[in-house]
Design a protein around this ligand. Sequence first.
Ligand SMILES: [Fe+2]
Length: 200
Amino acid sequence: MSSHNLNRSTFGNPKNAGNLISIEDAHQLLNDWVSNERLRLHMKQVAAVMKAWAIEKESADGQTALKWELAGLLHDADWEKYPDDHCRIIIEELEKRNIDQDVIHCIASHGPNYFGVEPITKIDKMIYAIDELSGFIHAAALIRPTRYEGLEVKSVLKRLKTPSFAAQVSRDDISDAVSRAKVSLEDLIQFIIDHQKEIS
Ligand SMILES: [Fe+2]
C-alpha cells in the first residue's frame, strides 16, 4: 500500500452535521496554502463540476450543493505544502474546524487506491470520477489552439486510448471510478467540458 494510506475509516464527528465553511473561507484557505495557479485552477474546476452535478443530477438543495463544491475546492489543498502527507493534513484541518463529515469523507475517499478509503456515498463516488477526468480533459484542451472551444467527447476518448498522452493520469482509476459511480464515461466527459470550460 502507498505511504499515503490514511489507515482510517471514520472522519469528523457526527455532531458537526451541517457545519460548513463559506466558499469565501475555502478560497482563503486555498490562497494561503496553494501558490501554484494550475493546482488552484484544478480545484476550482473540480468544485464547479461537483456543484453543477449536485444541482443538475442529484437535485441537491443549497446546503448539499455547497458540500459538493467545498469537497471539490479543498480536495488537494494540502498537496503543494505537504506532498508526503497529502490528504491527511487537509482532513485534520477540516476536523479541527468541525466541518461536516460528508465533506471530510468525500475528500478522504477521492483516491481509494492511494488513501485506502472506499468511496461510499454518491458525493464520494463522483469526486473520484470527476477528479482525474477533469485534469485529463483540461490537459486535452490546453494543447488545442481553441482550447475548450469545439473540444469533442470523441477526441477526449481517443486521447484516453493514447497511453503517452498525460501518461500520469491512471486510465485504470478512471474506469474504476466511472463504473463505481454508475455513470456513462461519454456523458461525464461532456458534463465536465461544459462546466469547467469557463472556470479561470
Ligand atoms: Fe485532484
